[in-house]
Design a protein around this ligand. Structure first.
Ligand SMILES: *[C@@H]1O[C@H](CO)[C@@H](O)[C@H](O)[C@H]1NC(C)=O
Length: 300
């Protein structure tokens, strides 16, 4: 049987050597392609499974709530001058006396809110967004300030559960990336989210960004602090503009917002997400004017 097959092949080969060669070549290539596809899918499935199976090894599995703080880069090399404006990279509208102190206030509020909730994970969020600040993330600079301030008297309770999200380039990413990072650290998605920032950004976070990720209003909290009185007018004007942009482009992925975001990546950092939060991969890819239509872990 096998022998007759071999004989027949030999016969065909003699008759149409080129044709047989082409057929065997394409057969070989097809097998290779199928195998490599199968292998890569198998590998990703396996890594997801590994993530899920090892849920007991998530280092912060006991934490249920997210507290997120994010904004400007602290650049001073010594930590003694965190209250001085020239130690921070500030937007022109932010260069006012007392402005740096408002950042420290955010950090302090974040730490204190976390201290009061023993199921909270504190994330400082923000990437390496300014060329002149060098390759230091906003998140790292916030963490460093908290450290230099002795965690405002909460070192023992908060330091171990204060971490960083080091890739966000705008406020929407502050929220989205922090949620992903939370999943990466705890194995689940936050039950409650608290955002600490300025009063004037409340509408942006609590309404625009929150609804863009479809997170329930009842489990979203905003802690706003005032900006300095001298910068308030310019800040409000700038905020109205950015809010209008996010209204049209809630995912910050088109036109002006997208360009601004690309400009805030001087060191070409690759973004690791949605690795670490495979359930919301679709949300990361989505770029529409309306809300994301897919299902999300927190809406189930
Ligand atoms: C989330 O917030 C609600 C409303 O304040 C509260 O009842 C609930 O206990 C919080 N969940 C956790 C895990 O702290």
């Amino acid at each position: 049987m096998l022998k007759s097959l071999a004989n027949r092949l030999h016969y065909y080969y003699k008759l149409h050597p080129f044709l047989v060669f082409i057929i065997s070549l394409s057969l070989g290539i097809t097998i290779l392609v199928v195998l490599s596809l199968y292998e890569s899918r198998y590998r990703t499935m396996n890594s997801y499974r590994k993530l899920d199976m090892s849920s007991n090894v998530y280092p912060f599995a006991k934490l249920k709530n997210l507290v997120m703080v994010g904004h400007s880069v602290y650049t001073s090399s010594s930590c003694e001058r965190v209250d001085k404006e020239d130690s921070w990279f500030l937007e022109s509208y932010q260069r006012n006396p007392g402005q740096a102190a408002t950042f420290v206030t955010h950090i302090q509020e974040g730490v204190e809110i976390t201290a009061k909730d023993d199921r909270a994970l504190l994330l400082f969020s923000g990437g390496e967004t300014r060329k002149d600040a060098g390759p230091r993330s906003e998140a790292q600079s916030y963490w460093t300030v908290a450290e230099s301030k002795g965690w405002f008297g909460n070192e023992e309770g908060v330091r171990w559960r204060a971490l960083t999200e080091e890739h966000a380039r705008d406020s929407f990413e502050n929220l989205l990336f922090s949620v992903c990072r939370f999943r990466e650290l705890t194995g689940t998605y936050p039950e409650n989210i608290t955002v600490v920032s300025y009063n004037f950004k409340k509408e942006r976070f609590s309404h625009l960004h929150r609804s863009a990720i479809g997170f329930p209003d009842s489990r979203f909290f905003y802690y706003g602090t005032p900006t300095t009185s001298t910068s308030k007018e310019a800040a409000l004007k700038g905020e109205a503009l950015v809010r209008a942009q996010f209204q049209e482009d809630p995912y910050g992925c088109r036109g002006t917002l997208r360009r601004k975001k690309l400009g805030r990546d001087p060191f070409h950092r690759s973004i690791p997400y949605p690795n670490g939060c495979p359930e919301i991969e679709g949300l990361f890819r989505y770029c529409g004017a309306g809300p994301y239509p897919g299902s999300l872990p927190w809406t189930k």
